[in-house]
Write a protein that binds this ligand. Structure first.
Ligand code: AMP
Ligand code: GLY
Length: 437
């Protein structure tokens, strides 16, 4: 099968890697990809937001399946473009459509949806420029900390946790009046702060049935012991010790089932992934956010534990036969540690040469096999220039490992990263710290 993968991160490299484990052989194209994906397929210079060009490419190359990695093309309607264009209609494409993608693309939509369908989430109110004064009064009388969320996509920066009323009012004003996040901040959701532990839960749905993928815990803060500013994700582990069977049953009953039935009641056809950003408060799950895609670095972690053929799952998603498939999860532990450029998540410099000391072919590392596990490297912001691989952004690459225990998986990641070098390279050696003695 000819498959196009849209995106450029370690998530997309991991998707390519997983597809290469399929029982059948597939030809991969990645738009735009990175130096790692280029080793598994052909990188193509396509703008993922130029749907006409993407569609044209698919027709020229006889692409049969499109995997959409990041949220932006989904929120802007790439799925709808394919389904409403006669020649592209029969290509399998991971959704959802624009309507369903609002679960991620509009915090306001997601919060109202949860309220309507009784899905546990933090208490909230919503304001826009016409209700600015009302919003200020609401904030002044709200308990601290207080959470402000820009309604639209803001490159992961649209959530602000404020510890004083002054700070909250200033931020509220800079979003609504100074347009700090542009049009994404035309509305602001003001939310109660929840205290608990976070968990990422992933499901694949064909609109009627769903399959639960392995869960993961993402480490978002730049500093050790979860300190400092938020990042796109510095590492992840799976399984998550507190995601017990009992807790996951509550997630299914209180969150997954009402979410899917709510979508159906709203007449929103949804085929694709739902990524639930959850928080466990006193043993009860609450939704912090919905995403309409897989997470990064969670994907690099959970795919190591997924034994299914990913292509079969994606076909099932499109044909509505997910009920006939069963998820098979490796009991071993998986971990990912992300290596980032110096200065990240602030200002970074690109173009640093990456020295993969450990082997001539960085992709070849110890292959992850079903029996023993192993470790691999997924590229994120990397670019090939002649014979060199250079850094090309904040999150540069990951080491991702599968082993009998979490400490062993983490050790494999650290051992691998200790052999890779680029100027300014930084990673958190304490990923998973709260679960390791
Ligand atoms: P997001 O950009 O939506 O992923 O949010 C970033 C992070 O902000 C989440 O992963 C949480 O750690 C935190 N967060 C968002 N909403 C809340 C909330 N209501 N209570 C506590 N933390 C929150
Ligand atoms: N790791 C969080 C995300 O992908 O949004």
């Amino acid at each position: 099968m000819k498959i196009l993968i849209i995106g450029a991160g370690a998530r997309e490299h991991a998707i390519c890697w997983k597809i290469c484990q399929s029982s059948s052989t597939h030809t991969l194209f990645i738009a735009p990809g990175n130096a790692g994906t280029a080793l598994l397929g052909e990188n193509v210079l396509l703008d993922p937001l130029d749907f006409n060009k993407v569609g044209q490419f698919c027709l020229e190359q006889n692409i049969e399946l499109v995997f959409v990695g990041p949220e932006e093309p989904l929120v802007l309607g790439i799925y709808d473009h394919f389904k409403s264009t006669k020649e592209l209609q029969n290509i399998i494409i991971t959704g959802p459509g624009k309507e369903g993608a609002q679960l991620e693309g509009s915090k306001s939509f997601a919060k109202k949806f949860m309220k309507k369908y009784g899905i546990p989430t933090a208490a909230f109110a919503e304001f826009h420029s016409a209700s600015f004064d009302e919003g200020c009064a609401y904030i002044q009388s709200h308990s601290l900390p207080i959470v402000l969320k820009a309604d639209g996509l803001a490159a992961g920066k649209g959530v602000l946790i404020c510890t004083t009323h002054n700070e909250a009012i200033n931020e509220f004003s800079s979003i609504l009046k100074d347009k700090k996040f542009g049009d994404a901040g035309n509305k602001v959701v003001v939310e109660e702060f929840l205290t608990g532990v976070e968990l990422s839960v992933f499901l694949l749905t064909d609109g009627t049935n769903y399959l639960l993928l392995p869960e993961a815990k993402d480490y978002k803060k730049i500093g050790q012991q979860d300190t400092g500013p938020n990042t796109g994700g510095m590492g992840a582990i799976s399984p998550v010790p507190f995601a017990t069977e009992h807790f996951m049953l509550k997630v299914k009953e209180k969150i997954i089932v009402p979410t899917l039935s709510g979508l159906r009641t709203e007449n929103i056809e949804y085929s694709g992934f739902i990524f639930l950003g959850l928080i466990k408060v006193n043993d009860e799950p609450f939704v912090i956010e919905y995403n309409c895609r897989l997470g990064d670095p969670e994907t690099e972690t959970i795919l190591l534990r997924l034994k299914n053929d990913l292509v079969q799952l994606l076909k099932g998603m499109a044909t509505g036969n997910l009920a006939e498939q069963e998820i098979m999860i490796d009991k071993k532990s998986a971990a990912t540690i992300v290596a980032v450029s110096g200065g990240y998540p602030g200002h970074i410099e690109k173009g640093k040469q990456i020295d993969f000391n450990y082997l001539e072919n960085p992709q070849a590392i110890k292959h992850i096999d079903e029996a023993g596990g192993g470790v691999t490297v997924f590229h994120a912001a990397t670019i090939q220039k002649n014979t060199e691989v250079l850094t090309n952004g904040g999150r540069v690459l990951t080491a991702s490992a599968l082993s009998d225990s979490l400490p062993e998986a983490l050790e494999l990641c650290i051992e691998t990263l200790s052999q890779i070098h680029f100027e300014g390279m930084y990673y958190r050696p304490d990923i998973g710290y709260e679960f390791v003695d």
